[in-house]
Write a protein of this length. Structure first.
Length: 173
């Protein structure tokens, strides 16, 4: 039986927050406190950063997927980028992730998109690479003190930006 897939609403805020806690369990930031208010603004507010779809079975929300519109400058196509995909452990292996990916792809297509992409780790590579072509790529995250240093140096010469970044790195080693 297929899950019911629907867009998240403000009434789903508590459920979505609980799913995000499950999603974060294997992340380096698992213990970091997450603000429900920020999550509501990001996903359910007036200007959301991503669209969120929920999967339901037997009257319970068991999974979510978040995506945002993107553009590929090489191919000159709009598409979608999956930002998060999570299925409750008791429901894994039953096609819930595939159902969510299909629903996200259909939504992306209604917005004029022609592809779907996302980043993933080794633990879920077998799942994702059954659905899509995997490539050896790297992803970078500029965050915390490094982010603040680089952002504060905007408008400086490249040499000055690098100097400030190196000073920050030395402070935290």
């Amino acid at each position: 039986m297929s899950p019911r897939i629907r867009a998240a609403t403000i009434d789903d805020a508590g459920t979505l927050a609980a799913l995000i806690e499950g999603f974060a369990q294997n992340h380096p930031g698992a213990a970091h406190p997450r603000s429900v208010e920020a999550m509501i603004e990001a996903y359910l507010g007036n200007d959301p950063v991503s669209r969120v779809l929920l999967a339901e079975r037997d009257g319970s929300v068991i999974a979510f997927g978040a995506w945002r519109k993107t553009y590929d400058p090489y191919w000159s196509f709009f598409g979608g980028e999956v930002m998060a995909l999570y299925v409750e452990p008791a429901w894994r292996g039953r096609g819930m992730a595939l159902s969510l990916v299909a629903a996200i792809a259909a939504e992306v297509r209604t917005y004029g998109g022609r592809f779907l992409q996302g980043n993933y780790g080794d633990s879920v590579a077998p799942l994702y690479e059954r659905m899509a072509a995997g490539r050896d790529e790297r992803a970078c995250h500029l965050s915390a003190e490094d982010f603040e240093t680089i952002a504060a140096a905007a408008g400086s010469s490249p040499r000055e930006i690098l100097r400030r970044w190196r000073e920050t790195r030395q402070q935290f080693q």
